[in-house]
Design a protein around this ligand. Structure first.
Ligand code: ADP
Ligand code: MG
Length: 210
């Protein structure tokens, strides 16, 4: 199973709507650990993504993901604009030349996103950032690269969810939560919550096409 560039566009429009709808939850997650602006930042980013994708007639999957990343990077600002912009820009570029989006493409996307974010922000797994959801998702995507995309996305979304849950037991080393020390314990990282929403929405879209 694979998705055409037009289907990837529809999938990303659903991702944008899901993040916009989750704004109160994401704001609360960031309030528990940081300054509370994550939900509104992501909402602003996803409104910019919708404005770019709605009129688009994509000719490649790379184009859809890179446009998503550029829209987030230029509209959000702050740490998460650079971080989530890099996810989709670096991830999208790794799909250059691929005519469709399949489970092997998903593995390349997530691996390049992980590498790009680690390079850009300097955090690593265990620092209680969105990397703690992306890293297990990328590893599971590589393991699942021979499965149909809908099945791979099921496994990958579950791995991201487990990573988000594991972030509850981590002490933050980055961002505003860094000053909290052990007061971080019990709360998941807000960016990891965003990653889970994105992958769950991709999973549901692929399931609806299969
Ligand atoms: P800000 O930190 O500027 O308030 P947001 O609240 O929108 O930005 O986003 C915070 C999220 O960004 C965190 O929950 C974390 O997942 C992610 N993040 C912050 N810094 C980094 C980093 N260096 N590497 C990876 N992710 C990061
Ligand atoms: Mg914040």
């Amino acid at each position: 199973m694979e998705l055409t560039p037009s289907q990837v566009r529809l999938m990303m429009l659903q991702v944008a709507d899901a993040i916009i709808a989750a704004e109160p939850m994401l704001s609360q997650a960031d309030r528990d650990l940081g300054d509370g602006d994550h939900g509104l930042g992501m909402k602003r980013g996803m409104e910019a993504v919708k404005a770019k994708l709605e009129p688009m007639e994509p000719t490649s999957v790379e184009e859809v993901f890179v446009t998503t990343g550029t829209a987030m990077m230029t509209s959000m600002g702050g740490a998460s604009g650079a971080i989530f912009g890099t996810v989709y820009r670096a991830g999208g570029k790794a799909l250059a030349g691929r005519p469709a989006f399949d489970s092997e493409g998903l593995a390349f996307l997530l691996e390049a996103a992980l590498e790009g974010v680690m390079k850009r922000g300097g955090a690593k797994p265990g620092d209680k950032t969105m990397i703690d959801a992306v890293a297990p998702a990328a590893a599971k995507a590589r393991e699942s690269a021979a499965l149909p995309l809908n099945e791979a996305l099921q496994a990958v979304a579950a791995a991201a969810e487990a990573g988000k849950e594991a972030s509850k037991n981590m002490i933050a080393q980055f961002g505003r939560a860094k000053t909290l020390g052990e007061a971080c314990l019990g709360f998941p990282d807000a960016g990891a919550c965003s990653v889970v929403i994105m992958l769950n929405t991709m999973r549901d879209y692929a399931a609806s096409c299969s």
